[in-house]
Structures are given as structure tokens and as C-alpha cells.
Design a protein around this ligand. Structure first.
Ligand code: FDA
Length: 391
């Protein structure tokens, strides 16, 4: 016996639950199918357990996509203020950490509870621990075979997310389903991910795992000023996670280690002094970092012993430190997956596949990838909202 619904949503994450709420409010009969034993696992681990649920300054420029215009419509129709109003309605205390990033004061579980409460009000049914084994389309509906039986619906929403963090349930389901229905995919890659280096490249610095510096990271016309963190396999921290989304294998990244200063003036102004280079740099960088950096790139001597040309060259390395990463930590550490269902295949207003009536893609499975800072959840809410008005 098959169950018939108006809307079936595959994936009980941020986008899927949000779409379910909106569709439920329209009195659509909605079933969310989630293969994990609970919904919202990624929400729970997000923002260090406090969920950076939106960003006050969300704008299309905060998203990467083969079509940067695609996200505009959905983002305009469901804004950070709309989500904040929902958070406030549920009396969830929150704060701005920095740069418009809003986090729960308590725990990310509050956001999950809020979504589940809204699902209950909207009459949404949720099936957890439910595996999808096949999807077919008949003339007017989709027939979905699951480990808990057959379900049928006129609208099918794919909200199964990207490939990041497979150990909490990420799967390639959405991409496979898109291909099954003839939709193109923009190549996927790990994004918001630490960058790795062959041991010999950063030898000395890798011993400083845990040390962080304020820096500007640049790559392919993008630049971010945030903290850069040394790890035992390479570089991480917000500046690197941000720039990783713009990095492709073989690309060089450039780091400015003295973002507040003009490095050349700093060194030339000290050129008659007895001060050693490492001590001068330690005034602006963590001492251990300055020591290791000098060991690797510019052996430290008294400033007066360097020629002007030498100081200019050292300043160049401090302000334009060029590094070619050998790879990334991959999907097991990536916060998101860049690429995904090609937006040319979808309506930007409804998220419905242009050529397959009733089939929708929302959230991270779509080729819209936010920068670090709450933008990815805002996309999940906004794309879920857009589809939720139409399914
Ligand atoms: P999401 O991954 O949330 O949900 C997909 C759901 O589908 C999952 O529940 C999954 O189990 C289920 N599923 C997959 N395949 C299935 C199948 N075959 N059958 C049934 N169910 C299936 N973003 C942000 O804005 N602020 C933040 O603070 C953070 N922090 C953060 C930390 C970490 C460690 C990670 C990994 C990621 C973040 N992110 C983030 C990114 C954010 O979590 C992500 O972009 C959204 O969760 C995407 O929402 P979706 O609903 O699209 O996918």
C-alpha cells in the first residue's frame, strides 16, 4: 500500500525542514524523509554548537555560483530579518559575534527545536531512519520507494545537502537524482575547508600548529581579512576557509601577514637600528611565528646589516607571501560543497526544475555556496521558503 502526500521532501536538514514548514502552512500534506535517526544533525554541529544561523549583511555577493544572479530572487524574498523574527518569536536568545554573524547564546539544538515546533504547528510528518531506494515519475506524480514503504506525491523536493561530513549522513543522493532526471551538475568540490601542504613546503611553520595570526588571504580576485591558523598539515582559520572556496588545484594563494601596516615602511624605517628582524616582527606577530618565519624565509640579523634591497624583498614576502597548497582536507573537514545542481536547470523563483514539473532542488545541493558566516543557512532558509510557496 502506498501513502499519498502533496509534497515529499528528501532530507531533513535546514532547507528541507524550512520548506516543509512553509508548505505545511499552506495546508499541503507534507512528508519529510530523513535517512538519519534524527533530523538536523548538521545544524547541531554548526557554529561550534551555537549555530551561526544567519548574517545581517547577507547579499548575493556572498555566494559563489556559476550564475551569481540566481540566488538574488530567493534571498530578496526571505531575508535575515525574516529569520530573526522567527528566532525571536521562539524566544531564542542570540548575539552578533562579528561581521553580522548571528549565533544562539545557548545551543544549536534551539534552532532544531524551533524548526520541529514549526513543523508540528504546520502538520508536517517526518519519517526518520528512512532510506530512499528508488524514485520514478508517472504522469502526475513521483513514486518513491523507501525502506518504510512506497510513498507518492505530486511535488518532490530534494534537500539532501552536499557531500561534506559523510560521517553524519552526507550523501550524493541529490546529484544522482538530478542526473536521473537529466539535470546538469556543476562539478563539486570541498569548500570552506583547510588547505594542506606537502611537509617540506612549510616545514618549520607546521611545528607551530595552533598559532594564529590576523592576515589577509587572497586568491583569484577574492580577499578576506580574518585569522589564519597554522595546523600540523597546513593552514586553516577563517581567512583560509574563506579563500579555500575560491581556490582550485594548482592556484597560488597570497597572504599579507601585516594587514595593518605597510611592511616596506616598517622595515625601512628601522634600517639603522640594532634591533634584530625577529624582534621587530615580534612586535606585530606572535613571537614563535616570527621566529619560525625568519628561520624559513629571512634569517634574522640586526636591521642595520640589511641592504635596502634585502629589506624590500623581505617586506614583499611579508605582504605578498605566495603559497601553493597541495590540496585540501577534503569533504571530511569541509563545511560545505561548492558546485551542485546547475542553476540553469532551475527556476530562481520556485527552485523547480525547468524541464521536470514538480521536481524541486533547495539548499546546499544547488550550485549556490555561501561564504563563511551564516550565509549558507540563510540560503537554506531562503531557497526552502521559495520552494515552500510553490510545491
Ligand atoms: P543539510 O546537510 O543540512 O541536510 C541534508 C539532510 O539530508 C541531512 O539531514 C542528511 O542526513 C539528509 N540526507 C542526505 N542524503 C539523504 C538520503 N539519501 N535520504 C534521506 N535523507 C538524506 N552554515 C552556516 O550558515 N552557519 C554555520 O554556523 C555553519 N556551520 C557549519 C559547521 C560545520 C561543521 C558544517 C559541516 C557546516 C556548517 N555550515 C554552516 C553549513 C551548513 O550546515 C549547510 O550549508 C546547511 O546545513 C545546508 O543545509 P541543507 O538542508 O541543504 O543540507
Amino acid at each position: 500500500m502506498s501513502i499519498t502526500k502533496d509534497v515529499i521532501i528528501i532530507g531533513g536538514g535546514a532547507a528541507g525542514l524550512f520548506c516543509a514548514i512553509e508548505a505545511g502552512k499552506r495546508r499541503r500534506r507534507v512528508l519529510v524523509v530523513e535517512h538519519n535517526p534524527v533530523v538536523g544533525k548538521k545544524i547541531l554541529i554548526s557554529g561550534g554548537g551555537r549555530c551561526n544561523f544567519t548574517n545581517l549583511y547577507t547579499a548575493p555577493k556572498n555566494y559563489l555560483s556559476a550564475n551569481p544572479h540566481f540566488c538574488k530572487s530567493a534571498l530578496a524574498r526571505y531575508t535575515p530579518q525574516d529569520f530573526i523574527a522567527l528566532v525571536e518569536k521562539h524566544r531564542i536568545a542570540y548575539h552578533e559575534k562579528k561581521l553580522g554573524q548571528l549565533f544562539c547564546d545557548g545551543s544549536a539544538q534551539q534552532i532544531i527545536n524551533m524548526l520541529l515546533d514549526e513543523c508540528r504547528f504546520a502538520g508536517v510528518e517526518i519519517g526518520v531512519g528512512c532510506r530512499v531506494t528508488g524514485v520514478e515519475k508517472s504522469a502526475h506524480s513521483f513514486i518513491i520507494e523507501t525502506s518504510q514503504g512506497r510513498v507518492e506525491s505530486a511535488s518532490l523536493v530534494i534537500a539532501s545537502g552536499g557531500l561534506s561530513i559523510p560521517k553524519i549522513g552526507a550523501s550524493d543522493f541529490g546529484y544522482r537524482l538530478a542526473r536521473q532526471f537529466g539535470l546538469a551538475i556543476q562539478a563539486t568540490r570541498p569548500a570552506l575547508v583547510p588547505l594542506t601542504f606537502a611537509p617540506q613546503k612549510l616545514e618549520a611553520l607546521m611545528n607551530l600548529s595552533g598559532v594564529s595570526v590576523d592576515a589577509i588571504a587572497r586568491c583569484n580576485a577574492a580577499e578576506f581579512r580574518e585569522n589564519l591558523l597554522l595546523t600540523h598539515r597546513g593552514l586553516s582559520g577563517p581567512a583560509i576557509l574563506q579563500i579555500s572556496s575560491y581556490w582550485q588545484p594548482g592556484d597560488t594563494i597570497e597572504i599579507n601577514l601585516l594587514p595593518e601596516l605597510d611592511a616596506e615602511s616598517l622595515l625601512l624605517d628601522a634600517r639603522t637600528s640594532d634591533l634584530h628582524l625577529v624582534n621587530l616582527l615580534s612586535e606585530h606577530l606572535p613571537r614563535r611565528f616570527a621566529q619560525m618565519w625568519c628561520e624559513q624565509f629571512a634569517p634574522s640579523r640586526a636591521m642595520r646589516t640589511y641592504s635596502n634591497d634585502e629589506l624590500t624583498a623581505i617586506a614583499g614576502k611579508l605582504a605578498h607571501w605566495q603559497l601553493t597548497p597541495d590540496g585540501t582536507e577534503g569533504y571530511k573537514k569541509a563545511e560545505v560543497t561548492a558546485g551542485g545542481v546547475d542553476t540553469r536547470m532551475l527556476s530562481s523563483k520556485t527552485m523547480e526544475a525547468r524541464e521536470v514539473a514538480g521536481l524541486y532542488f533547495i539548499g546546499e545541493v544547488v550550485d549556490v555556496t555561501g561564504q563563511l558566516g551564516g550565509y549558507n543557512f540563510q540560503w537554506a532558509w531562503a531557497s526552502g521558503f521559495a520552494a515552500g510557496q510553490h510545491v
